[in-house]
Ligand binder design. Structure first.
Ligand code: BTN
Length: 245
């Protein structure tokens, strides 16, 4: 069982950056950092992450004794914990909460939360640390994004970030324990039960172009399995997935 040590800050550059500093200084697994706002919040692929007060900015430090490929699956575990926490906060939205491959959480088809995993590999190729950064739009959402976004308060529910953080840490600990005891399989099933677009036509945008197909499954490595029009099944390990039609 992970026992969390939660440190709360008024303002940080980035909670992921604070965890990185603490990890490099020797902090133990289980440190959680919460900030009321961030001045340099970061998202996936080098994008900035809008970080106004009222939203959740939380990062967790883990030191898993697994390969980097295995640790990458922590993003699915986090998405499931996030979806469950949103359901706890807003039970009426339960059927509207979905996990979007690889690591977003949606409400009513719009992004409400993002997850950013960062890690450091040691000299022996083992992982020194993993930081799991979680941003949830509780009170605000950015304008002008190329995809739909929302926040919990626009969906009719107000929750203070520290309260949401406590609930999320509990759900994360539950799934982290199961992952350690049983491996990825139960996480994978829970994620698939909430997967957006499963069994439906999707387009996958890759750096080099687009692939159309049917979102068939998630494999044991966390790759999205896409059934292509020519009958082949392709494993997608990176890219953005959008529903078609
Ligand atoms: C994404 O691009 O979807 C991932 C966004 C992750 C944002 C969170 S907010 C808390 C933590 N600190 C950061 O700088 N980023 C993550």
């Amino acid at each position: 069982m992970t026992a969390w040590t939660l440190r709360a800050f008024d303002v940080l550059d980035s909670t992921n950056e604070e965890i990185r500093r603490q990890a490099e200084a020797g902090a133990a697994e289980g440190l959680a950092v919460l900030a009321r706002r961030q001045t340099a919040g970061r998202g996936r692929r080098g994008r900035a992450w809008d970080s106004p007060e009222g939203n959740l900015f939380l990062s967790l430090l883990l030191r898993p004794r697994v390969s980097a490929a295995e640790a990458a699956k922590l993003s699915f575990l986090t998405a499931v914990a996030l979806a469950e926490t949103l359901e706890l906060a807003a039970p009426d939205l339960a059927s509207r909460i979905a996990c979007k491959w690889p690591n977003d959480v949606l409400v009513n088809g719009a992004k409400i939360a993002g997850i950013l995993l960062e890690s450091r590999t040691g000299a022996d190729a083992g992982l020194e640390w993993v930081v799991i950064g979680i941003g949830v739009n509780l009170a605000h959402h950015p304008a002008g994004t190329p995809y739909p976004v929302t926040d919990l308060s626009s969906q009719g529910t107000s929750v203070e970030p520290p309260v949401f953080a406590e609930w999320l840490l509990a759900r994360f600990a539950y799934w982290h324990n199961r992952w350690q005891a049983e491996g990825f399989a139960p996480v994978r099933s829970a994620w698939l039960a909430r997967a957006q677009g499963l069994g439906q036509p999707v387009v996958v945008r890759l750096p080099g172009g687009e692939l159309h197909g049917c979102f068939a499954a998630l494999d044991e490595s966390g790759a999205l399995l896409l059934d292509l029009p020519d009958g082949r099944r392709q494993a997608i390990t990176a890219g953005d997935v959008f529903p078609v039609g």
